[in-house]
Design a protein around this ligand. Sequence first.
Ligand code: C5P
Length: 236
Amino acid sequence: MSVAAVVTAAGSGSRLGADVPKALFPLAGRSLVAWAVLQVADACDDIVVTAPAAHVADVKAALAAVPELAGRPMLVIAGGAERQQSVAAAIDALFADDRTPPDIILVHDAARAFQDSDVTRAAIAAVRAGADGAIPVLEVVDTLVEATGPDGELGATVDRDGLRAVQTPQVFGAEMLHTAHRDFATARATDDAQLVRASGGKVVAVAGHESGFKVTRPSDLPLARHYATELLAKEQ
Ligand code: C5P
Protein backbone atom coordinates (compact mmCIF):
# COMPACT_ATOMS: atom_id res chain seq x y z
CA MET A 1 0.00 0.00 0.00
CA SER A 2 1.46 3.36 -1.02
CA VAL A 3 1.92 6.05 1.62
CA ALA A 4 2.03 9.81 1.03
CA ALA A 5 2.96 12.43 3.62
CA VAL A 6 1.36 15.83 3.98
CA VAL A 7 3.75 18.01 5.97
CA THR A 8 2.04 21.20 7.13
CA ALA A 9 4.45 24.12 7.25
CA ALA A 10 2.33 27.07 6.14
CA GLY A 11 1.96 28.69 9.57
CA SER A 12 3.57 32.05 10.29
CA GLY A 13 5.00 30.92 13.60
CA SER A 14 4.29 34.31 15.16
CA ARG A 15 4.58 32.85 18.69
CA LEU A 16 8.19 31.91 17.94
CA GLY A 17 8.98 35.61 17.40
CA ALA A 18 11.58 34.87 14.68
CA ASP A 19 12.19 37.05 11.63
CA VAL A 20 11.48 34.09 9.29
CA PRO A 21 8.41 31.78 9.13
CA LYS A 22 8.78 28.91 11.61
CA ALA A 23 9.28 26.36 8.83
CA LEU A 24 12.46 28.14 7.77
CA PHE A 25 13.93 28.50 11.26
CA PRO A 26 17.46 27.04 11.20
CA LEU A 27 18.42 24.31 13.69
CA ALA A 28 21.82 22.57 13.50
CA GLY A 29 22.24 23.57 9.85
CA ARG A 30 18.80 22.56 8.54
CA SER A 31 15.45 24.33 8.49
CA LEU A 32 12.69 23.08 10.77
CA VAL A 33 10.64 21.90 7.76
CA ALA A 34 13.61 19.89 6.46
CA TRP A 35 13.94 18.12 9.82
CA ALA A 36 10.21 17.32 9.76
CA VAL A 37 10.35 15.93 6.22
CA LEU A 38 13.49 13.89 6.97
CA GLN A 39 11.80 12.27 9.98
CA VAL A 40 8.95 10.85 7.86
CA ALA A 41 10.56 10.53 4.39
CA ASP A 42 11.72 6.93 4.74
CA ALA A 43 8.16 5.80 5.53
CA CYS A 44 6.62 7.52 2.48
CA ASP A 45 6.52 7.18 -1.30
CA ASP A 46 5.40 10.75 -1.93
CA ILE A 47 5.48 14.04 0.04
CA VAL A 48 3.45 17.25 -0.22
CA VAL A 49 4.61 20.20 1.89
CA THR A 50 2.41 23.25 2.55
CA ALA A 51 4.30 26.54 2.72
CA PRO A 52 3.29 30.12 3.51
CA ALA A 53 2.07 31.55 0.17
CA ALA A 54 4.84 34.16 0.09
CA HIS A 55 7.55 31.59 0.90
CA VAL A 56 6.91 28.63 -1.42
CA ALA A 57 10.23 29.20 -3.21
CA ASP A 58 12.09 29.59 0.12
CA VAL A 59 10.67 26.30 1.44
CA LYS A 60 11.58 24.56 -1.84
CA ALA A 61 15.12 25.93 -1.51
CA ALA A 62 15.37 24.85 2.14
CA LEU A 63 14.38 21.28 1.17
CA ALA A 64 16.63 21.26 -1.91
CA ALA A 65 19.56 22.19 0.35
CA VAL A 66 19.36 18.80 2.09
CA PRO A 67 21.27 16.16 0.06
CA GLU A 68 19.52 13.33 1.98
CA LEU A 69 16.23 14.42 0.37
CA ALA A 70 17.57 14.53 -3.18
CA GLY A 71 15.50 12.53 -5.66
CA ARG A 72 12.50 12.14 -3.34
CA PRO A 73 9.15 12.84 -5.01
CA MET A 74 8.15 16.08 -3.34
CA LEU A 75 5.69 18.87 -4.07
CA VAL A 76 5.64 22.21 -2.25
CA ILE A 77 2.34 24.10 -2.45
CA ALA A 78 0.93 27.28 -0.91
CA GLY A 79 -1.10 26.53 2.23
CA GLY A 80 -4.45 28.05 3.18
CA ALA A 81 -5.48 30.56 5.83
CA GLU A 82 -5.90 27.86 8.50
CA ARG A 83 -4.17 24.54 9.03
CA GLN A 84 -7.29 22.62 7.95
CA GLN A 85 -7.31 24.43 4.59
CA SER A 86 -3.61 23.73 4.12
CA VAL A 87 -4.18 20.01 4.69
CA ALA A 88 -7.19 20.02 2.34
CA ALA A 89 -5.13 21.69 -0.41
CA ALA A 90 -2.37 19.09 -0.02
CA ILE A 91 -4.88 16.20 -0.16
CA ASP A 92 -6.42 17.71 -3.30
CA ALA A 93 -2.93 17.83 -4.83
CA LEU A 94 -2.46 14.11 -4.06
CA PHE A 95 -5.83 13.33 -5.68
CA ALA A 96 -5.19 15.50 -8.77
CA ASP A 97 -6.31 13.89 -12.06
CA ASP A 98 -2.75 13.43 -13.31
CA ARG A 99 -1.59 11.47 -10.24
CA THR A 100 -2.28 8.02 -8.83
CA PRO A 101 -3.69 8.69 -5.36
CA PRO A 102 -1.95 6.99 -2.42
CA ASP A 103 -3.61 4.29 -0.30
CA ILE A 104 -2.56 5.90 2.99
CA ILE A 105 -1.91 9.53 3.91
CA LEU A 106 -0.03 10.70 6.97
CA VAL A 107 -0.47 14.28 8.06
CA HIS A 108 2.44 15.69 10.01
CA ASP A 109 3.00 19.17 11.46
CA ALA A 110 6.40 20.57 10.56
CA ALA A 111 6.27 22.13 14.02
CA ARG A 112 6.64 18.57 15.44
CA ALA A 113 9.84 18.17 13.44
CA PHE A 114 11.58 15.71 15.76
CA GLN A 115 8.88 13.08 16.24
CA ASP A 116 10.46 9.65 16.72
CA SER A 117 10.25 7.70 13.47
CA ASP A 118 9.09 4.57 15.38
CA VAL A 119 5.89 6.49 16.19
CA THR A 120 5.32 7.12 12.47
CA ARG A 121 5.92 3.45 11.67
CA ALA A 122 3.52 2.31 14.42
CA ALA A 123 0.74 4.62 13.19
CA ILE A 124 1.17 3.44 9.59
CA ALA A 125 1.17 -0.20 10.74
CA ALA A 126 -2.15 0.33 12.59
CA VAL A 127 -3.79 1.65 9.41
CA ARG A 128 -2.27 -1.15 7.32
CA ALA A 129 -3.80 -3.55 9.87
CA GLY A 130 -7.27 -2.15 9.20
CA ALA A 131 -7.90 0.99 11.29
CA ASP A 132 -9.37 3.99 9.43
CA GLY A 133 -6.91 6.19 11.28
CA ALA A 134 -4.16 6.07 13.91
CA ILE A 135 -2.81 8.98 15.91
CA PRO A 136 -0.05 9.29 18.52
CA VAL A 137 -1.14 10.29 22.01
CA LEU A 138 0.59 10.98 25.30
CA GLU A 139 -0.60 10.92 28.90
CA VAL A 140 -1.22 14.37 30.33
CA VAL A 141 1.26 15.39 33.03
CA ASP A 142 -0.31 18.67 34.18
CA THR A 143 -3.29 19.02 36.48
CA LEU A 144 -6.13 20.34 34.31
CA VAL A 145 -8.98 22.70 35.17
CA GLU A 146 -11.82 24.20 33.17
CA ALA A 147 -11.26 27.84 32.17
CA THR A 148 -12.22 30.61 34.56
CA GLY A 149 -15.73 32.04 34.39
CA PRO A 150 -16.56 35.76 33.84
CA ASP A 151 -16.16 36.40 37.60
CA GLY A 152 -12.62 35.00 37.48
CA GLU A 153 -13.49 31.86 39.43
CA LEU A 154 -11.71 28.73 38.30
CA GLY A 155 -13.75 25.97 36.63
CA ALA A 156 -13.78 22.37 37.86
CA THR A 157 -10.68 20.18 37.94
CA VAL A 158 -10.73 17.62 35.11
CA ASP A 159 -9.58 14.04 35.69
CA ARG A 160 -6.38 13.90 33.64
CA ASP A 161 -6.25 10.09 33.81
CA GLY A 162 -9.09 10.02 31.28
CA LEU A 163 -7.41 12.45 28.87
CA ARG A 164 -4.61 12.24 26.30
CA ALA A 165 -2.59 14.90 24.45
CA VAL A 166 -2.60 14.45 20.68
CA GLN A 167 0.47 14.60 18.40
CA THR A 168 1.25 14.04 14.74
CA PRO A 169 1.82 12.28 12.37
CA GLN A 170 -1.82 11.29 12.08
CA VAL A 171 -2.28 8.46 9.60
CA PHE A 172 -5.47 7.60 7.66
CA GLY A 173 -6.82 5.63 4.77
CA ALA A 174 -6.42 8.12 1.92
CA GLU A 175 -10.01 7.90 0.61
CA MET A 176 -11.38 8.30 4.13
CA LEU A 177 -9.30 11.42 4.78
CA HIS A 178 -10.14 12.91 1.38
CA THR A 179 -13.88 12.41 1.98
CA ALA A 180 -13.72 13.75 5.55
CA HIS A 181 -11.97 16.95 4.46
CA ARG A 182 -14.45 17.43 1.61
CA ASP A 183 -17.58 16.74 3.72
CA PHE A 184 -16.48 18.78 6.73
CA ALA A 185 -14.69 21.62 4.93
CA THR A 186 -16.66 24.21 6.89
CA ALA A 187 -16.13 22.58 10.29
CA ARG A 188 -13.28 23.98 12.34
CA ALA A 189 -11.01 21.22 13.52
CA THR A 190 -7.56 21.51 15.09
CA ASP A 191 -6.57 18.07 13.86
CA ASP A 192 -7.55 15.62 11.12
CA ALA A 193 -8.74 12.83 13.40
CA GLN A 194 -11.72 15.00 14.40
CA LEU A 195 -12.85 15.19 10.76
CA VAL A 196 -12.33 11.48 10.07
CA ARG A 197 -14.28 10.56 13.22
CA ALA A 198 -17.07 12.96 12.26
CA SER A 199 -17.14 11.05 8.96
CA GLY A 200 -17.71 7.79 10.86
CA GLY A 201 -14.12 6.55 10.76
CA LYS A 202 -12.60 4.49 13.56
CA VAL A 203 -9.39 6.09 14.79
CA VAL A 204 -7.06 4.25 17.17
CA ALA A 205 -4.25 5.53 19.35
CA VAL A 206 -0.57 4.61 19.22
CA ALA A 207 2.03 5.62 21.79
CA GLY A 208 3.40 9.08 21.08
CA HIS A 209 6.88 10.26 22.07
CA GLU A 210 8.15 13.31 23.94
CA SER A 211 10.33 14.18 20.91
CA GLY A 212 7.08 14.91 19.04
CA PHE A 213 6.53 18.13 21.00
CA LYS A 214 5.36 21.15 19.02
CA VAL A 215 8.03 23.82 18.53
CA THR A 216 5.93 26.87 19.36
CA ARG A 217 7.70 29.42 21.58
CA PRO A 218 11.31 30.63 21.93
CA SER A 219 11.64 28.51 25.09
CA ASP A 220 11.11 25.38 22.90
CA LEU A 221 14.23 26.12 20.85
CA PRO A 222 16.90 24.67 23.19
CA LEU A 223 15.05 21.32 23.20
CA ALA A 224 14.62 21.49 19.42
CA ARG A 225 18.38 22.13 19.03
CA HIS A 226 19.08 19.19 21.34
CA TYR A 227 17.07 16.78 19.16
CA ALA A 228 18.51 18.23 15.92
CA THR A 229 22.07 17.82 17.19
CA GLU A 230 21.33 14.29 18.44
CA LEU A 231 19.87 13.25 15.05
CA LEU A 232 22.83 14.78 13.21
CA ALA A 233 25.26 12.82 15.43
CA LYS A 234 23.37 9.57 14.63
CA GLU A 235 23.85 10.24 10.89
CA GLN A 236 27.65 10.35 11.27
O1 C5P B 1 -0.60 27.05 14.33
P1 C5P B 1 -0.36 25.64 14.74
O2 C5P B 1 0.82 25.50 15.66
O3 C5P B 1 -1.56 24.90 15.22
O4 C5P B 1 0.10 24.92 13.39
C1 C5P B 1 0.30 23.53 13.32
C2 C5P B 1 0.97 23.21 11.99
O5 C5P B 1 0.11 23.59 10.92
C3 C5P B 1 2.31 23.94 11.78
O6 C5P B 1 3.26 23.01 11.29
C4 C5P B 1 1.96 25.02 10.79
O7 C5P B 1 3.02 25.37 9.92
C5 C5P B 1 0.82 24.38 9.99
N1 C5P B 1 -0.10 25.37 9.42
C6 C5P B 1 -0.37 25.31 8.04
N2 C5P B 1 -1.24 26.25 7.50
C7 C5P B 1 -1.78 27.23 8.25
C8 C5P B 1 -1.50 27.28 9.65
C9 C5P B 1 -0.67 26.32 10.20
O8 C5P B 1 0.14 24.45 7.31
N3 C5P B 1 -2.55 28.13 7.69
